[in-house]
Design a protein around this ligand. Structure first.
Ligand SMILES: Nc1ncnc2c1ncn2[C@@H]1O[C@H](COP(=O)(O)OP(=O)(O)OP(=O)(O)O)[C@@H](O)[C@H]1O
Length: 237
């Protein structure tokens, strides 16, 4: 389980996260939803140890990992797929996968298995990273992260800008990854994808958790939650 507890994060003097508490267990898919600038990427980077906490704690199971560096957090089994995807443009698909395999930990995911779930990457195996479409880059980025056999996979807007067919394929992949025992933290700007697979959701607004609940609670309060996402809380002030 990875968690932030009462996390405060700043960039220089600008406070970006205020009192954020979010947890994700290995048997869960959770989603963090919010508009542009709500603090979603900052939350993922903080979970990963890429940003320091001003206040609050970062936990892995019962262990306080607030001061651990990103390398150690990665070793604990947390992997981040950033929205920038970070494909090596001058390396082929296979070479990109081999780079991912350098951090290989024994587990279900191998190069053969990721190519099985992403047949598109198999077809493009000799192509350069810079010759891939956005969807293929996203697949490669996810495949590379899986090769580390993470316990928790953090995904920053993985479906942004992708065609509906590819989005559907990725949703199937996330479900499969979860079935193989990896927890997923999915960041998205709206509820569309999260509603199709997340067990629990957090809505971020201005760097704070404005709503959180289970899939069933979301279903029951959908309109309220949609309005928090689009217009925020306390917008009358
Ligand atoms: N490196 C940085 N330095 C200063 N401010 C930053 C930095 N990165 C992000 N911010 C600011 O922090 C706030 C939260 O940004 P963040 O990227 O976490 O939001 P987000 O919800 O992920 O949005 P997006 O959907 O645009 O990625 C924004 O106001 C943003 O301008």
């Amino acid at each position: 389980m990875i968690a932030l507890e009462n996390a405060f994060v700043q960039y220089g003097a600008a406070r970006v996260l205020s009192d954020v508490s979010i947890k994700a267990a290995q048997d869960e898919i959770i989603a963090i939803v919010g508009r542009n600038g709500a603090g979603k990427s900052t939350t993922l980077k903080t979970m990963m140890g890429l940003l320091p906490l001003q206040q609050g704690r970062r936990l892995f199971h019962q262990q306080d990992i607030s001061r651990q560096a990103v390398e150690n957090i990665s070793r604990l089994g947390i992997a981040l797929v950033p929205d920038s995807r970070r494909i090596f443009p001058n390396l082929s698909v296979m070479e990109n996968l081999r780079m991912g395999a350098l951090a290989h930990k024994p587990g279900y995911w191998t190069i053969a298995r990721v190519l099985e779930i992403f047949p598109r990457l198999q077809e493009r195996i000799g192509f350069g990273g810079d010759q891939l479409s956005g969807g293929e880059q996203q697949m490669l980025s996810i495949a590379r992260a899986l090769l580390g056999n993470p316990k928790i996979l953090l995904l920053d807007e993985p479906t942004e800008g992708l065609a509906p067919l590819i989005v559907n394929h990725l949703i199937e992949i996330f479900t499969l990854v979860h079935q193989q025992g990896t927890g997923i933290v999915l960041v998205e700007q709206n509820l569309k994808v999260p509603m199709r697979l997340a067990h629990r959701q957090y809505v971020l607004d201005h760097g704070a958790v404005a709503w959180s609940g289970t899939a069933a609670e979301l279903e029951a309060q959908r309109e309220t939650v949609e309005s928090i996402i689009t217009t925020g809380v306390n917008h009358e002030h």
